[in-house]
Design a protein around this ligand. Structure first.
Ligand SMILES: Cc1cc2nc3c(=O)[nH]c(=O)nc-3n(C[C@H](O)[C@H](O)[C@H](O)COP(=O)(O)OP(=O)(O)OC[C@H]3O[C@@H](n4cnc5c(N)ncnc54)[C@H](O)[C@@H]3O)c2cc1C
Length: 411
């Protein structure tokens, strides 16, 4: 059954079938075998907040198996050896993964290269030498990376970053730090955005460059792993760069033009997070519908009470709308249009709908919805976090209004 008039191309349909098979073959059996480990927050992390080696090993196994099967880098650009599929495919594959795996079978969330953690358009303009040195590991899933843009003094206003790369012979020296950098506790590389021309950066006219930095570099320090909402460990960290030497091959794209790469990454994140909402939203709604049919109160299944079901209908409308908006904007961008307003509207609408949807599904389940066994609390925390990550709801509204006031009133 489909509610969407737009039909995916045949090659994408085949990929989605392959994704479902991969999940059955590589993801679910690992979760079954390691259920206690993978579902108990206390066993996932080391004292310092990182995954234990055993857990990280399972994560890496799924990544590498997916690379072997040809799924991992399917949306990375062909210039770096990826499949070159566009944003419609990126949305469709992530939506399928999140809907099929939900929050319980989270190893499945590793099977496609996340835009910030592995090969993606962010690396399209890396140097030939960097391709030779770093790509084989990244493409095979052996190594991963992270995306260092935000700093303690520069979040929504990302152009206010202070991290500097000062010219030093044929290269640079990097000093400063980053915060909230996802995957940094485990990553082999960090894509760093640094000021290379302070005057231009102060005028907001360029002056920021992108560098690919091995986390083994002398002077790279993880100050601490950040423990996010309710978790004894974390995937985000605070990074410090103490006078790291950067070689010419580490520059990604043109000098002083790195802010566009930063925005490219964040925009990919907006599609990714919209897919997360639609996939997880559908997974959760389906659970709520099943539960409402079997759970009885006052001698009737609670599905017979409109007080229970109308909120679910509300979320079904919103998730359907987020699905359509996502497919629409992905097609516009695949056609080469910037679609700034449409992407901002989609991500803001989707993530707000996502929080409400999970909240309603938790309410449908009563007390059991609050237990760790249902993974709905994980879903809620994820949805809540993405109302801030990759452009908060307020910053997205700011962009929408700017476009509208600038004359882009097409709706
Ligand atoms: C789970 C998670 C993962 C993340 N991963 C990464 C990562 O991998 N790499 C990375 O670089 N960053 C990452 N971030 C950081 C993220 O990009 C920032 O949190 C985000 O840009 C907001 O910045 P801030 O938290 O400093 O909030 P602030 O910029 O301090 O904003 C605080 C509040 O003020 C509002 N606000 C600010 N300016 C305006 C305005 N002009 N009008 C109206 N409201 C405004 C904001 O919307 C927000 O509600 C991550 C964040 C989260 C939550």
């Amino acid at each position: 059954m489909t509610a969407i008039a737009y039909e995916y191309p045949e090659d994408l349909k085949a990929i989605l079938e392959g994704v479902r098979m991969f999940i059955r073959r590589e993801v679910l059996p690992r979760h079954e075998k390691h259920e206690k480990l993978l579902t108990d927050q206390r066993r996932l992390y080391l004292e310092d907040g990182r995954f234990t080696p055993e857990v990280w090993n399972l994560v890496s196994e799924v990544r590498k198996a997916s690379a072997e099967a040809g799924f991992y880098s399917l949306c990375a650009p062909t210039e770096i050896g990826g499949g070159g599929f566009g944003l419609v495919a990126y949305f469709a594959v992530w939506e399928e993964i999140f809907r099929s795996c939900g929050m319980k079978h989270w190893l499945g969330h590793q099977m496609v290269s996340h835009w910030a953690k592995g090969p993606s358009p962010v690396l399209r303009d890396m140097t030939e030498e960097a391709k030779e040195r770093y790509l084989p590991g990244l493409m095979s899933g052996e190594t991963t990376m992270c995306f260092g843009l935000s700093e303690p003094g520069a979040g929504s206003d990302a152009a206010a970053i202070r991290t500097r790369a000062v010219a030093d012979g044929d290269g640079w020296r990097l000093s400063g730090g980053k915060i909230w950098t996802t995957n940094s506790p485990h990553a082999d590389y960090v894509v760093v955005f640094a000021v290379t021309d302070p005057e231009r950066a102060a005028q907001r006219a360029g002056g920021i460059s992108t560098f690919l930095v091995p986390t083994k570099s002398k002077g790279f320090v993880i100050e601490k792993v950040i423990r996010m909402w309710g978790s004894p460990g974390g995937d985000e960290a605070v990074l410090h760069f103490d006078d790291i030497r950067l070689e010419p091959h580490q520059l990604v794209g043109k000098l002083h033009r790195g802010f566009a790469t930063a925005m490219l990454g964040v925009n990919l994140g907006r599609i990714y997070n919209s897919a997360r909402v639609v996939g997880i939203g559908r997974w959760a709604l389906e659970m709520a519908l099943e539960y409402a049919k079997i759970r009885k109160a006052f001698d009737k299944p609670i599905a017979e009470y409109q007080g229970v079901t109308f909120p679910l209908a509300e979320s079904a409308m919103q998730i359907h709308a987020a699905h359509l908006m996502s497919l629409n904007v992905a097609q516009l961008i695949d056609r080469g249009l910037p679609a700034i307003k449409e992407l901002s509207m989609t991500k803001a609408f989707a993530v707000e709908a996502g929080v409400k949807a999970i909240d309603r599904v938790i309410q449908t389940h009563g007390a059991i919805g609050m237990t760790n066994e249902m993974f709905l609390t994980d879903a809620y925390i994820t949805m809540r976090k993405i109302n801030v990550a990759d452009g908060s709801n307020e910053i997205l509204r700011r962009q929408i209004v700017r476009q509208l006031l600038g004359g882009d009133t097409a709706l």
